[in-house]
Design a protein around this ligand. Structure first.
Ligand SMILES: [Zn+2]
Length: 379
C-alpha cells in the first residue's frame, strides 16, 4: 500500500512538474518577437506609473473629452521630463461604466498612445472601472433624451446596427492591446485564475550579463468591475508557486503591482488629513484607504520573502504615500488622470532601480514638472 502511494506520488509529481514547465512560458511573458527588458548601459531601469486615468468618462458631455485631453497632456509632460525605460498603467485606465461605445478599446488606445508614440514599452493591469457595466445616466431619460452617440471607427467596432452601450470584458481588452501593439508587454494570465486576468511576471535582465534577471516585476489583478475587489486564494497560490519556482533562493528582488490596496494599507496608513510623518513619505493624505473586500494571504507571503521589496497600488486618488510594513514597502501611486474623482494636482510615481548593488528609489513627478517625496525603498 505504502509502495502504491509512493508510485502515485512519483506519477503525480511528474505531471505537476510537466504542467509547471508548460505553464511557465505563458506566464513569464518574454515572447520571442520582443526584446527582453534590460537595464540601461548606465545600470539603471526607470519605470513611470500612470494610475487612474479614467479615459472615456462622460464622453457625451463637453468636459469628458476635455479631461481626456488634459490626461494626455499629463502623460506627455511626465514622459518628456523623465524619459523612462518602461511605463506601467496601474488600472482604471478607462471608466467603462460611462462609455457610450460598443468597444472600450478605443479609449484604452487613447490612454496608451502617448507612451507608444514615444517608442516606450509598457504593461497594463486592470482596475475596478476598466470592465465595469455601463450605467445608464438617469438624465438621459428626462426631456433632453439620449444624446446622439456615434459608433466608433470600424477598426474598433462592429457594424453600425450592432452599436450598443457597454464596456468590454477584461480578456477582450487585453487581447486587443496585445495584438495591436508590439511595445506592449502585457499578458492575459493563466486561465485557471479567471475571472482575474492581468496576472503575469516580467523579468528585467542585467545590462551586461546576458540572461541573468536583476528584478522580477509581478502584476496581479485585484478585481472589481465585473467581479469582487479581491486577490483570490488561487492568485495567492499562483504567486507562491511561481515565485518559489523562478526565484527559489530569494536572491532576485521582486516588485509587485496591482490596483486596489490590500487591507494591510489600512494598518499603516497615517490618519486621514494629518501630516505624513517618517518613516512614511508622501504629500497627499486626503482620504481613508479604500481596501479590497477580503484578504486571502498575499501580503503574508510577501512578508516571508526577503526578495519582495515593494508593492505599488492606485485606486485612492487622494493618497500618494509610501509606508513600511514589516520588511516591505507599501506605496500608493499618484492620480495621473483628469478623469475620476478628486481635483488634487496630477502627477506620476517614478521608480528607479539600479543593479550592482540593487537599489530601488521612488519619487513623484508632477504635471508642472516639480518633483517631491523621494524615498529609497531598498538599497
Ligand atoms: Zn480610479
Amino acid at each position: 500500500m505504502v509502495k502504491l502511494f509512493g508510485y502515485l506520488f512519483i506519477i503525480t509529481s511528474f505531471f505537476s512538474f510537466a504542467l509547471c514547465l508548460g505553464g511557465e512560458e505563458s506566464v513569464l511573458r518574454q515572447p520571442n518577437e520582443k526584446a527582453p527588458l534590460r537595464f540601461s548601459a548606465d545600470s539603471t531601469f526607470k519605470i513611470t506609473l500612470f494610475a487612474d486615468l479614467h479615459y472615456g468618462e462622460a464622453a457625451w458631455l463637453d468636459w469628458g473629452p476635455e479631461q481626456d485631453r488634459n490626461s494626455s497632456r499629463v502623460l506627455s509632460a511626465v514622459l518628456d521630463s523623465e524619459i523612462p525605460d518602461f511605463v506601467i498603467y496601474l488600472g482604471d485606465v478607462i471608466t467603462a461604466n460611462n462609455l457610450p461605445v460598443p468597444n472600450a478599446s478605443m479609449y484604452w488606445d487613447q490612454a496608451i498612445s502617448p507612451t507608444r508614440n514615444r517608442g516606450i514599452p509598457w504593461a497594463t493591469l486592470f482596475g475596478n472601472h476598466d470592465d465595469a457595466q455601463f450605467e445608464w445616466p438617469p438624465e438621459w431619460f428626462s426631456a433632453s433624451g439620449i444624446p446622439q452617440v456615434s459608433c466608433p471607427p470600424a477598426d474598433f467596432s462592429f457594424s453600425g446596427e450592432e452599436c450598443y452601450f457597454g464596456g468590454t470584458p477584461r480578456v477582450e481588452l487585453m487581447k486587443m492591446e496585445i495584438e495591436k501593439n508590439k511595445l506592449s508587454y502585457s499578458a492575459s494570465g493563466p486561465k485557471e485564475l479567471w475571472p482575474s486576468v492581468s496576472n503575469y511576471i516580467l523579468r528585467v535582465l542585467s545590462a551586461k550579463d546576458g540572461a541573468s534577471p536583476v528584478v522580477f516585476l509581478y502584476f496581479l489583478d485585484s478585481g472589481g468591475g465585473s467581479y469582487p475587489e479581491v486577490i483570490s486564494r488561487a492568485q495567492v497560490d499562483w504567486f507562491n508557486h511561481k515565485s518559489k519556482a523562478i526565484n527559489p533562493d530569494e536572491s532576485v528582488p521582486e516588485v509587485i503591482f496591482w490596483h486596489i490596496p490590500s487591507t494591510a494599507y489600512e494598518k499603516i496608513a497615517p490618519r486621514p488629513r494629518s501630516a505624513i510623518q517618517r518613516p512614511c513619505v508622501g504629500s497627499l493624505n486626503e482620504e481613508s484607504v479604500a481596501p479590497q473586500e477580503a484578504e486571502w494571504g498575499i501580503i503574508d507571503i510577501f512578508t516571508k520573502r526577503s526578495s519582495a521589496k515593494a508593492l505599488f497600488v492606485g485606486h485612492n486618488h487622494g493618497l500618494d504615500w509610501c509606508c513600511p510594513y514589516e520588511k516591505l514597502w507599501l506605496c500608493f501611486a499618484r492620480h495621473s488622470g483628469y478623469g475620476g474623482y478628486g481635483t488634487w494636482p496630477r502627477g506620476a510615481r517614478i521608480i528607479e532601480m539600479t543593479e550592482h548593488p540593487f537599489s530601488l528609489k521612488s519619487w513623484i513627478r508632477m504635471e508642472d514638472n516639480t518633483v517631491h517625496s523621494e524615498v529609497t525603498l531598498s538599497s
